[in-house]
Design a protein. Structure first.
Length: 266
């Protein structure tokens, strides 16, 4: 029960990695604030979460005898996000842990990146993370410190073809996290990033990528892991989040924790 008495905010919590994070932190004693957009964004090629998915996350956390407050909010909408977080913190009493997890991706050649794809991807994956941090930090300060963990990607520390807006946003998150880690260090708030390889979720599987790599087989090795797995599991990322959120990592801040099956050392 490494997180007993703690409250954790998780964005993108309705399914996939976000649900896994909610369950794993609840298993270790945390109460949960679960935020998700719960609707489809037009060009995103995989099914995004629904309100029914969010209800499943609520049920899974409650089955562990932990409290959970869930809300539908878009991380791009700072006012709506702030309202949801403020209400949840008022109900649960405090905030100690932030998992800025919500993100989208799409796969296309650079020449097929439209204004909509570019703007929306950066709005969700970069601005949405900043919004999450900015509305959460006052509550962490009121608690006397805490942990912020931002989900970046192996694409946040290396180039990946056909993911241009996603790569741009995920690289930017490293700078955001390191800067916040410095500015918040005197108030006992730690800020780190996690960098997964492909995760076995709907977002982690693309029907388009194999076609593009057939046209450019020279780029195929960039998508290979060193360890003999094609994807890691959501719980592998949740365990990294648990570590960074716990007192086991009490002096860990400004770091980039890779959970990538050795993809970035190839």
């Amino acid at each position: 029960m490494r997180l007993k008495g703690k409250v954790a905010l998780i964005t993108g919590a309705a399914k996939s990695q976000g649900r896994s994070h909610a369950i794993r932190l609840a298993e270790e004693g945390a109460d949960i604030i679960a935020i998700d957009i719960c609707r489809q964004i037009g060009f995103v090629p995989y099914p995004m979460a629904t309100e029914d998915d969010l209800a499943e996350t609520v049920g899974a956390v409650e089955a562990l005898d932990r409290r959970i407050v869930a809300a539908v909010a878009d991380v791009r909408d700072r006012a709506a996000l702030k309202d949801a977080v403020d209400r949840a913190v008022a109900e649960l009493g405090q905030l100690d842990i932030v998992s800025a997890n919500a993100a989208i991706t799409s796969v296309q050649k650079y020449s097929d990146v439209t204004d909509e794809v570019w703007d929306t991807t950066l709005d969700v994956n970069l601005k949405g993370v900043w919004n999450t941090c900015s509305v959460a930090i006052p509550h962490l300060l009121a608690t006397g410190g805490g942990s912020i963990t931002i989900t970046s990607s192996s694409a946040g520390i290396r180039a990946l073809p056909f993911y241009l807006p996603y790569v741009a946003a995920k690289h930017a998150l490293v700078g955001l996290a390191r800067t916040l880690a410095l500015e918040l260090s005197d108030r006992n708030i730690r800020v780190n990033t996690i960098h997964p390889t492909g995760v076995d979720t709907p977002q982690g599987h693309s029907e388009v990528l194999p076609v593009l790599l057939d046209e450019r087989p020279d780029l195929r090795p960039l998508f290979m892991n060193s360890l003999p797995v094609s994807h890691v599991q959501p719980v592998d990322i949740s365990n990294a989040l648990l570590y960074l959120s716990s007192d086991d990592a009490r002096y860990v801040t400004g770091t980039t924790l890779v959970v990538d099956a050795g993809s970035t050392i190839r």
